[in-house]
Design a protein around this ligand. Structure first.
Ligand code: SAH
Ligand code: SF4
Length: 371
């Protein structure tokens, strides 16, 4: 519930409308989890809420897997009666994918003379958020696809993942920078309403910056068209999972491409009005022998240049998963690919694999309870 909805609820209880604002302050800014602890409310009201059984709904982190690189993968208990869980990932130093996306113009300038506490506050963590339980899109290289779509997550379940992780790490919103990537389980643009509802809660109520949020889509054209209509003040940045140099290869590894081929996706992306210095990210998973050849790099560079969009490419070495018959790129192939793109004038960055040892890396999320 946002402030307006909380206010409506309060009015229904015979309280003044401004109680909604107090409630929102307590739940989203101060992140108070017990009704009893919301001391801005009168004692009588708190008791009434308690007697009526109201609670602050928070997804629970049911299990934590910790990687040698500091990445944490969480099994988060949803709020449905089905008891389904999703996965959320915390990367203490980001994933490298933020480089060059315009979000860090003011970063990396930590004053070396600052007190240690002040410097520590400049951590640049990234939280990777899920939007659905499983996924219906069926990309051939992705472990989440193996689950199929089990259900959509609610607004509260999507935003709640973030709040649960902020709490766990004691993050002070406003003082510390946190990046959000909607790149966990699921296709956000196939759960559009709830995904954008969660973004609005996180921006308007929790206080996170949309300029530090990125949503990734496999190229759901109607979703991109709706996204283009969103006001820039609450719109995350956009990343497109390109993953192949042309339609032929893309259709083979991402069957969704037969419905919305590359040109249709690019056309829809052209409708998004970009903020100053904002760029579109094209994600590109390197599948050994399939999409990682030097000639593919040339093709990708031409494709990206032809779009005419201010863009950058994020390269991701394929992360293996059980039952998926692809190969990792040869050592050196990813860096060679990056250099080839750069040489063609297309800025390209490597996304470091984070938490591979705990199955937390891109495309490895599958509600696994094994470490
Ligand atoms: N469904 C959305 C967002 C989640 S996937 C999408 O597909 O864009 C986030 C990124 O991980 C996508 O770019 C996807 O192509 C990539 N990915 C999927 N499986 C992968 C794997 N096994 N190794 C590396 N990247 C993978
Ligand atoms: Fe779904 Fe994204 Fe995985 Fe494709 S890569 S199956 S769209 S989660």
């Amino acid at each position: 519930m946002n402030t307006a909805e909380l206010a409506e609820w309060m009015v229904g209880l015979g309280e003044p409308k401004w109680r909604g604002r107090q409630m929102a302050e307590a739940i989203y800014r101060q992140r108070i989890v017990e009704v009893e602890g919301i001391t801005t409310l009168s004692k009588a009201l708190r008791q009434k809420l308690d007697v009526e059984g109201w609670q602050v709904g928070r997804p629970r982190i049911a299990q934590v897997f910790t990687s040698v690189d500091g990445t944490e993968r969480y099994l988060v208990q949803g709020q449905g009666v089905d008891g389904l869980t999703v996965e959320t990932v915390w990367m203490p130093e980001g994933d490298g994918g933020e480089s060059g996306d315009g979000s860090e113009d003011d970063e990396g300038k930590a004053d070396p003379s600052a007190a240690p506490a002040a410097r520590a506050s400049l951590r640049r963590a990234t939280i990777c958020v899920s939007s659905q339980v499983g996924c219906a899109v069926n990309c051939q290289f992705c472990l989440t696809a193996k689950l199929g779509l089990q259900r959509n997550l609610s607004v509260g379940e999507i935003a709640g993942q973030v709040v649960a992780v902020l709490d766990r790490h004691g993050v002070e919103v406003g003082r510390e920078r946190v990046n959000l990537v909607f790149m966990g389980m699921g296709e956000p643009f196939l759960n559009y309403e709830n995904f954008m509802g969660a973004v609005r809660l996180l921006v308007e109520e929790v206080g996170l910056s949309p300029q530090r949020m990125t949503v990734s889509t496999s190229g759901i054209v109607p979703g991109i068209e709706r996204f283009a209509e969103e006001p820039p003040e609450i719109r995350p940045k956009l990343a497109i999972s390109l993953n192949a140099p042309n339609d032929e290869v893309r259709s083979a590894v991402m069957p969704i491409n037969r419905k919305w081929p590359i040109e249709a996706v690019v056309d829809a992306v052209r409708g998004v009005r970009l903020r100053t210095r904002e760029r579109i990210t094209f994600e590109y998973v390197l599948l050994g022998g399939v999409t990682d050849r030097p000639e593919h790099a040339t093709e990708v560079a031409r494709l990206v240049r032809r779009t005419g969009l201010p863009a950058k490419v994020n390269l991701i070495a394929w992360n293996p998963g059980p039952g998926i018959a692809f190969a990792m790129p040869e050592p050196g192939a990813v860096e060679a690919f990056r250099r080839a793109l750069s040489a063609e004038g297309v800025p390209a960055y490597l996304r470091r694999p984070r938490g591979r040892d705990i199955y937390a890396a891109c495309g490895q999320l599958k509600r696994t309870v094994e470490g």
